[in-house]
Design a protein around this ligand. Structure first.
Ligand code: AMP
Length: 301
């Protein structure tokens, strides 16, 4: 049952034109799991160091996220430092300290074997495949990736792509992976590599979904406040997978709905630094923004 995520749990230091934050809780698995926890039971598999305190674990527990798969290893937790210029679509990485993440070997607790919806965060594709193979009965498996793996580990990535149902990547990465500049052609080429469903994140321009033969495009929600884009992609994935896990419906119409839930969750994440806004939400906030989203995109002919 529920959703499981494998990825990074991190301490992030972030600077944007709207402020800065030092050593705040972040990481792909963190953003994903907090977002998905608004929809379905969530399990997180990750590694942290000795500097990871109970108060950090309590953030997960405050959202009823199962932390049995968070391993504590000797050393320091993964740290990432990045900044955004006025164009907040692209983070500039200033520093990456892999620390305990360097030796990460995801261990799936036996209690997680019944997971139906699996999200493989942006880690080495061979590790993604290793985890995927441990959950052969999963209903839907989605993966993230990035230019680093596309360039450095193309063969391993090709193997992983054959074993996943959904790939969720940025537009630039989709073009790099496929070698095509036209998004529709890029999508067809990537679907031929394995994942029948492709979600392309386009930053402030929204998200495109290629679901077998169906194509859907959603804008990003139009916000008054936009402070920190960190984690937007993983938060999108959390809302997307969380909605699918809650509804257990993989129809074309519901995949489109999942894109809207993902976009809505990402729109909340970027309104404030780190997890602050995602942790302060109510279920009504989410539904109300989904309805604003419908109004934003509706037109008559
Ligand atoms: P996003 O903005 O959705 O791409 O994700 C940002 C999150 O990714 C931050 O919270 C970082 O801690 C995490 N992150 C940054 N670099 C890496 C990396 N090389 N591996 C895993 N996670 C990373």
């Amino acid at each position: 049952m529920g959703v499981m995520v494998v990825g990074s749990v991190a301490f992030d230091s972030i600077r944007t034109p709207y402020g800065e934050a030092e050593d705040i809780l972040g990481g792909s698995a963190t953003y994903f799991s907090v977002a998905a926890s608004w929809f379905a039971p969530v399990r997180v598999v990750a590694v942290v160091g000795e500097d990871f305190e109970d108060r950090h674990l309590q953030v997960f527990q405050s959202r009823a996220i199962d932390t049995a798969g968070i391993e504590r290893a000797p050393g320091r937790t993964f740290r990432w430092r990045g900044e955004y210029s006025q164009d907040m679509n692209e983070a500039r990485t200033l520093e990456t300290q892999l620390n305990v993440f360097e030796q990460f070997q995801p261990k799936i607790p036996p209690s997680h074997a019944s997971t139906e919806f699996l999200f493989l965060g942006n880690i080495h594709p061979a590790l993604q495949l290793h985890v995927r193979r441990q959950l052969p009965g999963a209903t839907l498996v989605a993966a993230d990736s990035m230019n680093f793996w596309i360039v450095k580990t193309p063969r391993e990535l090709a193997q992983t792509l054959k074993a996943v149902d959904v790939l969720i990547i940025n537009e630039g990465e989709a073009k790099m992976l496929s070698g095509r500049q036209n998004l529709r052609q890029a999508a067809r080429a990537i679907q031929a590599m394995g994942p029948r469903k492709l979600v392309v994140k386009r930053g402030e321009y929204g998200v495109a979904l290629f679901n077998d033969g169906d194509a859907f495009s959603a804008p990003a929600f139009l916000l008054d406040e936009f402070k920190d884009p960190t984690g937007a992609g993983d938060t999108f994935a959390g809302g997307f997978m969380g909605h699918l896990a809650r509804s257990k419906d993989l129809s074309d119409a519901n995949m489109r709905r999942a894109v809207v839930y993902g976009s809505v969750m990402a729109s909340f994440a970027v309104e404030d630094f780190g997890l602050r806004r995602l942790l302060a939400l109510t279920a009504e906030d989410i539904e109300s923004r989904v309805h604003q989203f419908i109004r934003l995109t509706h037109f008559d002919v």
